[in-house]
Design a protein around this ligand. Structure first.
Ligand code: HEC
Ligand code: HEC
Length: 364
């Protein structure tokens, strides 16, 4: 194994040298946030109004913001997400700040980060999220004058509401939701910043002895891949018939063989059907975490201290993590780094639902 890996590395090195003689392979590291991306302002404004619009759900009871609350870093503060009326979900709702930088979406990575609009469509139409029919929603939008104005500013005077365009508008709004820049980012960009010694030590441990950067790297602190930390199966899911029904329905939709006997969250296995991917979940972002508690795919840990200690213990059964022994000062330095990646939330302007047009009854 070792020798094969070395041989592969040697070949890779030769190929790399041949292709780009000046570039050496760098170890994975936390990176600074990139600059804001260019968006179509009219489209993003329409998307913002739609994000807060409850009539995008079947019975008008909830908007995207019901489960992705701006004041909670666009998470919902619950261990497990509530579902649409009469359903419950089996996972934690992730925060959405800087979601545009994700390569894989959802905890099992079933959706492509390059295609945010498809994730938005699933949120609107899935029975356990908003349970709305896209064609019904487009007719509702047509009857809301304020939304129609925003629609026409985005798509032109002759344009009529249409599901795929509606999802694209919300996706454009999501692209504007960047986590704020921090002193750590400025330091990582090579700017001269007076970073407190604890943060310097935290960064050194993160990339060194604590081994965090192996999975938590790039601008979000996520490699976009699925790993197994051995988080025990959630009793809150197995004890709750409504959550279990949604989980089994998820396994059925994803074509899991013998799904009725699979009563635990299988993570990435549902996508690949490869045994080794059982219980693997996509590495979450490390941005804005102080706003998005509780943590992990099942929301089972309430504080960052607990999450760090779980990692340092080497996780649970079958975990990919090796235990790491840290002194109290070093543990505090890592926590300081995690907190430094969570600056205060800016105010996100919300949109109030607008009235339907008063339609004269009985007229043709
Ligand atoms: C009923 C609660 C609920 C509602 C309403 C809801 N979401 Fe979600 N959202 C979730 C949960 C839970 C997940 C994680 C799903 C999973 O991992 O299986 C999620 C995941 C996402 C993701 C992927 C994030 C990531 O980091 O992988 C995006 C993007 C998203 N939602 C956007 C939206 C938008 C836009 C709307 C409105 C159209 C919306 N959501 C409505 C609960 C909700
Ligand atoms: C083997 C890859 C790997 C390594 C190494 C690793 N993590 Fe994680 N981390 C993950 C995965 C995967 C999750 C989500 C697990 C789940 O929900 O089942 C996670 C979750 C987290 C969370 C919770 C985030 C949230 O939104 O729920 C924090 C905080 C965190 N890790 C910090 C760290 C720190 C600090 C280190 C170094 C001590 C570290 N991780 C090392 C893969 C890793």
């Amino acid at each position: 194994m070792r020798r094969a890996a070395r041989a592969r590395a040697a070949i890779a090195a030769v190929v790399l040298l041949a292709a780009a003689p000046a570039r050496a392979e760098l170890p994975p590291a936390l990176q600074a946030l990139p600059a804001a991306t260019r968006v179509d302002a009219a489209l993003a404004e329409l998307g913002r109004q739609l994000f807060f619009e409850p009539r995008l759900s079947g019975d008008g009871s909830r908007s995207c913001a019901s489960c992705h609350e701006p004041v909670r870093g666009f998470a919902d503060g619950q261990p497990l997400s509530r579902g649409y009326n009469g359903t419950e979900y089996f996972r934690n709702a992730p925060g959405l700040l800087s979601v545009r930088l994700k390569t894989r979406l959802t905890w099992d990575g079933r959706l492509d980060g390059a295609d945010l609009a498809t994730a938005v469509r699933d949120m609107v139409t899935e029975a356990h999220f908003m349970n709305a029919d896209a064609r019904l929603v487009q007719e509702r939008v047509r009857q809301i004058p304020a939304l129609m104005q925003a629609w026409r500013r985005a798509f032109g005077d002759a344009s009529e509401p249409y599901g795929p365009r509606l999802f694209a508008a919300i996706a454009e709004y999501l692209r504007t939701l960047d986590a704020p820049d921090t002193p750590v980012d400025r330091h990582l960009r090579g700017e001269r910043v007076a970073l407190p010694p604890a943060l310097r030590e935290g960064l050194a441990l993160f990339h060194g002895k604590a081994g965090c950067a192996r999975c938590h790297h790039g601008p979000l602190g996520s490699d976009g891949r699925a790993h197994r930390l051995g988080v025990p199966a959630s009793p809150a899911v197995s004890r709750d018939a409504l959550r279990m029904i949604t989980l089994l329905r998820h396994h059925a939709t994803m074509g899991v063989p013998g799904y009725m006997d699979e009563r635990e969250d299988l993570g990435g296995y549902v996508v690949s059907k490869v045994e080794a991917d059982r219980g693997r979940f996509v590495t979450p972002s490390l941005r804005m975490l102080t706003h998005t508690a509780p943590y992990l795919h099942d929301g089972s840990l309430a504080t960052l201290e607990e999450v760090l200690d779980f990692h340092l213990r080497g996780g649970g059964a079958g975990s990919e993590l090796a235990p790491v022994a840290l002194e109290a000062r070093e543990r505090a330095a890592l926590l300081a780094l995690l907190r430094a990646l969570s600056p205060p939330l800016p105010a996100y302007p919300q949109a109030l639902p607008q009235d339907y047009a008063a339609l004269p009854r009985g007229r043709r």
